[in-house]
Design a protein around this ligand. Structure first.
Ligand SMILES: O=C(O)C(=O)C[C@H](O)[C@H](O)COP(=O)(O)O
Length: 215
């Protein structure tokens, strides 16, 4: 599985109530996004991963904000299908590779990216995308490092997502706008479904993945 080819947008969500997890997952799926990244920033996060794995198996669930070996192991034990980290230290890369799950390690500099390429890892997160250079950074690194493909996250929004997705070294983008905190708190699943539908339409499935060389 290539994480970058699951959907044009990976919804990044901090789930505060386990009870929100399954209706949230169903709303994203109904809107056409078959993926979610649950950030391990809340006490409910691992239970939210477990609930979605058990009850919405059509959705691919990743665990985000992986910052330690223990978190990588806990996420794998909870059934996460992929891991996402904000950075790329050697210890964290070792831990994520040891789990055997696909992962997106956070990169912000050419050195971070080279650290991944030294391990023959060619999928990465760019984080925090807008703050570290956004579109200009991605265009710049595509020259020396064309084999790397990215999921820019952090400051990506409906206003700029299409511009990111148009870059050849961008496979998908990540963002928290799909599940606003107030919509989660209010249980406004139709709103989340509508946001997912708009995001899914940013690039039709026929234009994703299949025609790209495996890397
Ligand atoms: O915690 C992590 O590991 C993350 O992945 C951070 C998130 O990607 C960003 O917080 C999302 O950024 P916004 O879409 O700008 O809200």
């Amino acid at each position: 599985m290539r994480v970058l080819d699951l959907a044009p947008v990976i919804p990044v969500v901090a789930v505060r109530e386990v009870a929100h997890a399954v209706p949230l997952a169903r709303a994203l799926l109904a809107g056409g996004l078959p993926v979610i990244e649950i950030t391990l920033r809340t006490a409910a996060a691992l239970d939210a991963v477990r609930a979605i794995v058990a009850e919405v198996p059509e959705l691919t669930v990743g665990a985000g904000t992986i910052c330690s070996t223990a978190q990588a192991e806990q996420a794998a034990d909870a059934g996460a299908a992929f891991l996402v980290s904000p950075g790329a230290t050697d210890r964290l890369l070792d831990a994520m590779q040891d789990c055997g799950l696909p992962f997106l390690a956070g990169t912000a500099t050419a050195s971070d990216m080279l650290r991944l390429l030294e391990r023959e890892i060619t999928e990465a997160k760019l984080f925090p995308a807008a703050a570290v250079g956004g579109l200009a950074l991605l265009r710049s690194v595509s020259g020396p490092l064309p084999q790397l493909r990215f999921c820019p996250t952090g400051g990506v929004s409906p206003a700029n997502a299409a511009q990111y997705l148009a870059l050849p070294n961008v496979g998908c983008v990540g963002g928290s706008w799909l599940a606003p905190a107030e919509a989660l708190a209010a249980g406004d699943w139709p709103r989340i479904e509508a946001l997912a539908r708009a995001a899914a339409a940013l690039r039709p499935p026929s234009e994703r993945g299949a025609d790209r060389p495996a890397n």
